[in-house]
Design a protein around this ligand. Structure first.
Ligand code: ZN
Length: 171
């Protein structure tokens, strides 16, 4: 396994529509292993192949038990509910924005040997499924948010909110 370089916003590979995987061979297995190692090293929750410069429909997502789900040629087949929350991306380092997503998402995908399966994610996992699948069509979360915040700006907002909460308690 080898760690791969994560491309950042502005790289043309992040704006391309990725092709389906047709060969479930050792090259795919190496790609998946490398993507998992890269995601772990980067402390992320999901990674799509175009983020490491490979224009194929391959994604890895961390589930709630910290297991990595490998998704080849994934498609959303069902979505329910709605969640609002902050989202970030390893390709847009240090920036976060509010993005509305479905709260429950079911994916149909193939595993590394080509077998079809379905998997359902809630909350952060559902958010991650949507985020990573959009990478496969050349889209970044920044297109879905009105404002991007740095970590410092988010911390300042949190401090402001907690002091407002406290002044509310005193009344
Ligand atoms: Zn991303």
């Amino acid at each position: 396994m080898a760690e791969r370089q994560i491309l950042t916003q502005g790289d043309p590979a992040l704006e391309k529509v990725c092709r389906p995987v047709v060969n479930f061979d050792s090259r795919l297995h190496t790609l998946l292993d490398d993507m998992k190692e890269t995601l772990l090293k980067a402390n992320g929750v999901g990674l799509a192949a175009p983020q490491v410069g490979i224009l194929r429909r391959v994604v890895v997502v961390m589930d709630k038990e910290d297991h990595m789900i490998e998704l080849v040629n994934p498609e959303i087949i069902q979505q329910e509910g709605r969640q609002e929350g902050l989202e970030g991306c390893l390709s847009v380092p240090g920036m976060y924005g509010n993005v509305t997503r479905p709260n429950l998402v079911t994916i149909r995908a193939q595993d590394r040997d080509g077998g079809f399966f379905e998997t359902t994610g809630e909350e952060i996992v559902a958010r991650c499924f949507c985020h990573e699948l959009e990478h496969l069509d050349g889209h970044l979360f920044v297109e879905r948010t009105e404002k991007l915040y740095s970590l410092e700006e988010l911390e300042a907002l949190e401090r402001q909110q907690s002091s407002e909460d406290k002044s509310g308690e005193n009344k």
